[in-house]
Ligand binder design. Structure first.
Ligand code: CTP
Length: 399
């Protein structure tokens, strides 16, 4: 089964003796039916010519960031969006450093920085450069940014030295890319449940207790999972949002309904609990509308904690359980507490005291707390982009 057919790959060739191997990468990818576009850096063009690349790839080679002709045909943002995947081979120590530090002074680094796709890098450099502490730190950083490293390998180097730093062989690189697409395809066998929106806990037929929540982040996550092939069920409290037909949307009102529907839709491979579930419900709901009175005492009782219940029942627990925490202070403390108390694998937390993000906004800024005191911040961006990043992390985790 050829998993590369008709895939769109943007190959970035940097400067290094190993650049000649990228021609073989192009040849093998073309043989598999891949559609290739190539960027070559200034130093890359000293090792292989744009003419040999375009002859093999049967497409244009992009070189300059501020080239009128290129930008008119396909600007650097469109180029990064066009690709299903970006491959940087060979990746030099300089390019790795630029990517790790967010520099974008040429077309290659700008496209990589602007990309929302998976980026594979095949480093190639002298053994001392590869072993250098700064390169080690840069590659470690890139891994946390979701870059995937292929190689390098140990062997004789062009400079005469021996050690780790050789670019992986083209066949190995192509195999890695093929495996990546194969695992993506596997996603459509994976089942995801997302809870979203608020719940309404009725006091009487016309009044209820609720939480402030637009449901946008949960809906975006459901969309993103579905776009990446997951069989997705969205269990939503009352919202004004719409969702596409690929997603099984089940509308509920109360926490109890959300709980029952969630149970009914298990098992799942991943469950994302983004709903703002009301912690309390009214013990005895009035059957008739309550008339105005001087004192009204409502007796409340705790709602079931859906996340807590499911994550603490082994027979129900999905492989990956992700909780949310919206806090107005002590974000890290409360999020890490919830991570432990609710037995989550990850907690996605945001500070809702900031009016520009979170509630009702299309933008968000979140921190993800993992086990073992590890956390990372997804800086201010659209809820769509945040969701895509969370989905990528889910895919990496499950695969
Ligand atoms: N949650 C849930 N069921 C509940 C309450 C919360 O599934 N009855 C889930 C939310 O969907 C979220 C996580 O638990 O993923 C944290 O919710 P949050 O309201 O922040 O936490 P609480 O446990 O209610 O704590 P507190 O209100 O004291 O912050």
């Amino acid at each position: 089964m050829n998993n590369l057919k008709d895939k769109k790959i943007l190959l970035i060739i940097c400067g290094g003796v190993a650049a000649y191997k990228s021609l073989e990468v192009i040849r093998l990818l073309k043989k598999k039916g891949v559609i290739i576009k190539t960027i070559i850096t200034k130093s890359g063009a000293k090792f292989v010519t744009p003419l040999s690349i375009s002859s093999l790839s049967k497409s244009k080679v992009y070189q300059d960031l501020f080239d009128n002709e290129n930008e008119a045909e396909m600007d650097h943002i469109s180029l990064s969006r066009w690709a299903d995947l970006i491959l940087i081979a060979p990746a030099t120590a300089n390019t790795i450093s630029k990517l790790a530090n967010g520099n974008s002074d040429d077309l290659a680094s700008t496209v990589a920085l602007a990309s929302n796709k998976k980026i594979f890098i095949a480093p190639a450099m002298n053994v001392r450069m590869w072993d250098h502490q700064s390169t080690k730190q840069n590659t470690a950083k890139l891994k946390t940014y979701n870059y995937k490293l292929i190689g390098p390998e140990i062997g004789d180097m062009a400079c005469g030295e021996y050690g780790e730093g050789k670019m992986s062989e083209p066949i190995k690189i192509v195999d890695e890319l093929e495996n990546y697409f194969k695992s993506l395809k596997k996603n459509n066998r994976l089942k995801a449940i997302v809870t979203a929106g608020p719940t309404n806990e009725y006091i009487d037929p016309v009044r209820f207790i609720t939480n402030k929540s637009s449901g946008k982040q949960g809906y975006e996550i459901a969309k993103s999972l579905s776009n990446k092939g997951f069989d997705t069920t969205l269990i939503s409290g009352p919202t004004n949002l719409e969702i596409n037909d690929n997603i099984r949307l089940i509308k509920v009102e109360t926490a109890e309904e959300m709980f029952q529907i969630t149970l009914k839709n298990l098992p799942a491979d991943v469950a994302i609990f983004s709903a703002a579930v009301s912690d309390y419900k009214v013990k005895n709901i009035y059957k008739e509308k309550i008339k105005k009175q001087d004192n009204l005492n409502l007796e409340l009782e705790k709602n079931v904690d859906i996340l807590n219940y499911i994550s603490n029942h082994n027979s129900l627990r999905p492989k990956l359980v992700i909780g949310f925490a919206a806090e107005t202070k002590n974000l890290e403390k409360y999020a890490t507490q919830k991570l432990v108390e609710k037995n989550c694998d990850w907690i996605v937390a945001n500070d809702v005291s900031n009016k520009k993000i979170g509630f009702d906004s299309d933008f968000n800024e979140v921190s993800i707390f993992y086990k073992n005191n590890i956390s990372e911040k997804l800086k201010y961006k659209s809820k769509f982009e945040i969701s895509d990043e969370i989905t990528e992390k889910i895919i990496n985790h499950l695969n």
